[in-house]
Design a protein. Structure first.
Ligand code: C5P
Length: 215
């Protein structure tokens, strides 16, 4: 069963906590990205965990292998459920990161495949690299999801750019899927930010998304 991850892309921790409080009865996963983490650090992760939810700490790590490994070790100390590394960092960096994840048991490591400006062929190569280097999954665009999941069924697919039919804006997302399309194409985790955050009633929006997607 796919899970929804609500992106907490806020300036302030109090705004983020406000949304977590509203949604925690319906959602188990929240994403903390660079905006909150650079400002508040591990306190942002603790805030979500205090509410009984899990954290996708979207660090988009990209560095030399030893530093990637240490960054994953630090992410593990925060108690985060998952984090991200750029697949372009190098196979050695991916293997070093996944070795830390395997020895500490957490966090799951999802590889960032390609920027939305690149082609689908690059996504397939990136997914293949992710699998061979021991990552848990990949962050993949809606356009490439079906092909990646069919070719690599054992890789978890984390999909941003989700837009419910009732939300007409694409914002800055180039390739969007509805929640039910994403589930049909094999998404394991749906990352949804603005359609929930900008809603007048985020809880109702989450309930509608879950119902539409059969979650
Ligand atoms: O739903 P919304 O467009 O607001 O979600 C944006 C979130 O998805 C951001 O937190 C962003 O980091 C994340 N994301 C993305 N595209 C990617 C990877 C992650 O938009 N390729």
């Amino acid at each position: 069963m796919a899970e929804i991850i609500c992106a907490l892309d806020f300036e302030n921790l109090s705004e983020a906590e406000n949304l977590v409080e509203k949604l925690k009865g319906e959602l188990k996963f929240f994403k903390i990205g660079l905006q909150l983490f650079i400002r508040y650090g591990p306190e942002a992760v603790r805030m979500v965990r205090r509410h009984g939810a899990e954290v996708f700490l979207d660090l988009k790590i990209h560095d030399i292998p030893s530093i990637c490994a240490k960054a994953v070790a630090s992410a593990a100390e925060t108690g985060s459920f998952s984090t991200t590394i750029h697949i372009a960092a190098s196979p050695e960096a991916l293997r070093a990161a996944s070795a830390v994840r395997k020895s500490s048991g957490q966090p799951k490591i999802w590889g960032v495949t390609v920027l939305s400006s690149a082609g689908a062929g690059d996504s397939m190569q990136a997914a293949s690299d992710a699998l061979s280097c021991g990552l848990d999954g990949v962050v993949v665009s809606g356009a490439d999801l079906k092909r990646v999941k069919e070719s690599f069924p054992n890789l978890e697919c984390v999909v941003p750019g989700i837009r419910p039919a009732s939300y007409s804006l694409k914002d800055d997302q180039k390739r969007v899927l509805t929640p039910s399309e994403a589930v049909c194409c094999g998404a394991d985790y749906l990352v949804i930010g603005r359609p929930i955050r900008n809603s007048e009633n985020p809880l109702e929006t989450v309930k509608e998304i879950k119902k539409d997607a059969g979650l």
